[in-house]
Write a protein that binds this ligand. Structure first.
Ligand SMILES: Cc1cc2nc3c(=O)[nH]c(=O)nc-3n(C[C@H](O)[C@H](O)[C@H](O)COP(=O)(O)OP(=O)(O)OC[C@H]3O[C@@H](n4cnc5c(N)ncnc54)[C@H](O)[C@@H]3O)c2cc1C
Length: 338
């Protein structure tokens, strides 16, 4: 591992200052459950680590008022276990509870989760053996190198949002649920504080897949806010994976429904495991508005969500799997009482 300096500031303002002083080769570190991994693999090579875990009072979970607010250092497990979140926003609690393992969720923070990097095998190639990093070309790891996943083993790759430079899937579950629920991210940076709608936090890969997030250098995530909505109670996060625990999604759907009787008045739908960023399924949402929610209508909405999908060689199954995941999620959410 490359040597690095280490600072442990006591406030968010000090952390931002320490980052600015350190320069572009700095990284914030929170739970460390993915950054240390990537450093050991030689993929992340920061010269300075700014550890934010000594900042007090940046782990609050606020459920009163007209919005939910989760501070960046709240552990994933604490938010997943919060009784109000579990009762009124099961989509959020389930997205967290179905991610990683209990031990990881105890360490990992809801802020750090948003900025985890792809699990694409070609991006992470060289696991456990830093000297072999770079055996397969990856534009995300090394801009301009090429993409070995295109034309390679692409079972896990994206079918939505990919470019000629990159097909890597956005890995997180929590960002998918937050996307469905129109969340925003509060950040503090050298130019002050601002809020970014979650839909604008993630870039499409285009020709520059190494640029993943719409954060300015040195901006630190301080909190996540979710507007309260009556759809929260009729919501779910449905995750399909190779094994039922401790695995990333092959396909997932975050769904929340506003209904009058059997009829959908508004649907919130986002997809995970299938796209290069958390993916809002607007075609499916529009199709459902005003419709009675039957199994056939749910499946049609699921298929609408994948109308623009472009499969590679081995991942075509994700289109039907994804459509059925959306359909099942809609039926699960609809059965929950508002
Ligand atoms: C074996 C394994 C299985 C996993 N399975 C899943 C899964 O199924 N689903 C899933 O969603 N995730 C999964 N994960 C990923 C896990 O959820 C993330 O590692 C975790 O959420 C990251 O949080 P952290 O606080 O540890 O982040 P860190 O590792 O500390 O940081 C992650 C990134 O965020 C940046 N960062 C951290 N905090 C801040 C901040 N406040 N402001 C700005 N930048 C910040 C860091 O610089 C780094 O780039 C898995 C991880 C492992 C190791």
């Amino acid at each position: 591992m490359k040597p690095f300096t280490y600072a442990r500031p006591n406030s968010a303002a000090e952390a931002v200052k320490a980052f600015a002083a350190a320069g572009r080769d700095a990284r914030y570190i929170a739970g460390g459950t993915t950054l240390y991994d990537l450093m050991k693999l030689g993929i992340e090579r920061p010269e300075h680590l700014i550890d934010v875990t000594a900042i007090r009072g940046l782990d609050r979970i606020e459920t009163g008022g007209d919005r939910l607010r989760f501070e960046a250092l709240a552990p994933m497990s604490a938010v997943a276990a919060d009784p109000v979140v579990g009762r009124d926003y099961p989509v959020l609690a389930e997205a967290l509870a179905k991610a990683a393992s209990q031990q990881l969720r105890n360490m990992a923070t809801v802020g750090g989760n948003l900025l985890q990097r792809t699990r694409c095998l070609y991006f992470r190639n060289g696991a456990g053996n830093p000297s072999s990093v770079g055996v397969y070309p990856c534009n995300k790891r090394e801009p301009g190198a090429g993409c070995a996943a295109i034309g390679g083993l692409d079972r896990g790759q994206a079918v939505l949002g990919q470019s000629e430079a990159c097909t890597a899937v956005s890995p997180g579950d929590w960002p998918v649920a937050l996307t469905a629920m129109d969340a925003a991210v509060e950040v503090l940076g050298p130019s002050g504080a601002r809020a970014i709608p979650i839909a604008e936090l993630y870039r499409l890969p285009g020709a520059t897949p190494h640029l993943e997030f719409m954060l300015a250098p040195g901006e630190m995530i301080t909190a996540i806010t979710v507007p309260k909505t009556p759809a929260g109670r009729r919501s779910t996060y449905h995750k399909i994976r190779d094994r039922e625990s401790y695995a990333f999604a092959l396909a997932s759907a975050a769904v929340a429904l506003e209904m009058e009787g059997e009829r959908v008045t508004r649907a919130h739908i986002a997809l995970g495991g299938v796209a290069t960023r958390p993916w809002r399924a607007t075609e499916a949402e529009q199709m459902l508005a005003g419709q009675p929610l039957t199994a056939a209508v749910s499946l049609a909405a699921g298929r609408a969500a994948f109308a623009g999908a472009r499969p590679g060689r081995h991942n075509g199954f994700k289109i039907e799997l994804g459509a059925r995941t959306v359909a099942d999620a809609l039926m699960i959410a609809a059965r929950r009482s508002a």
